[in-house]
Design a protein around this ligand. Structure first.
Ligand code: URA
Length: 227
């Protein structure tokens, strides 16, 4: 072997992290791995960092404005999402859209929607701590690429998956949390509202209405101060 060839073995300029298919949670996915969302989506669809990849029809990466100022993070795809490859397209997704529309927010302009886990857990069970940890690098890359000012975390699993805060959602909903320089608000998961539809003052739907108005107000405040 020529010394030229030998030397080239030490040249890692041709090695690209993006070429590494993440088949094991031990393979790191550092920040800046992906240059855009389609590249990240391609890896998610080949991913076996946890067992959830074995049963997926589609990895569910996200939908909405790729430069949205507001990101909504859910738990994991359900059946409709697994079939379509799009997050929040079932009943709870329809309710989420209505909640956003009630304060004039939409996925066309202001919002990007994604999940802690990209693949559907069997029987829609809650993803395990290991499954959430295996998928977290993708979410961190999505946050870097979209660069939202505000992140809404729907339900305790989303809060735990991103921030590791294990408190119950009724305790922390409606409170702003600062996470890595971004404003996050835990809110109820829409599926919880579907199970608890009462609109009485102090009930889940009423509380959600307070929270989404607070989100709208904060968004308007940020928009003004950015001008
Ligand atoms: N529930 C979630 O948390 N995410 C979805 O995408 C759908 C339902």
């Amino acid at each position: 072997m020529s010394s030229e060839t030998q030397l080239s073995l030490f040249d890692d300029s041709t090695f690209n992290q993006r070429d590494l298919i993440p088949t094991d949670a031990k393979i790191p996915i550092p920040a800046n791995t992906y240059s855009d969302m389609p590249e990240l989506a391609q890896h998610c669809n080949q991913c076996h960092r946890c067992g959830l990849g074995n049963n997926r029809t589609h990895a569910v990466v996200g939908r909405g404005n790729l430069k949205a100022p507001i990101m909504v993070v859910g738990e994991a795809p359900g059946q409709n999402e697994d079939e379509t490859g799009l997050p929040f397209v079932g009943k709870s997704g329809q309710l989420l859209e209505k909640i956003l529309a009630s304060v004039n927010l939409s996925t066309e302009t202001d919002v990007y929607i994604c999940n802690i886990n990209k693949c559907r857990p069997p029987e829609n069970r809650v993803p395990t701590t290991e499954e959430m940890a295996a998928c977290l690098p993708y979410l961190l890359e999505q946050i870097r690429l979209v660069d939202p000012k505000i992140i809404l975390l729907t339900g305790a699993t989303a809060v735990k998956g991103l921030t590791n805060d294990k408190r119950g959602i009724t305790k922390i909903r409606g409170q702003w949390i600062e996470w890595q320089g971004r404003l996050c608000m835990p809110i109820f998961h829409p599926s919880y509202l579907l199970r608890n539809p009462s609109r009485e003052v102090g009930g889940p739907k009423w509380l959600m209405w307070q929270d989404i108005q607070a989100v709208r107000a904060k968004y308007d405040e940020i928009k003004v101060s950015d001008k």
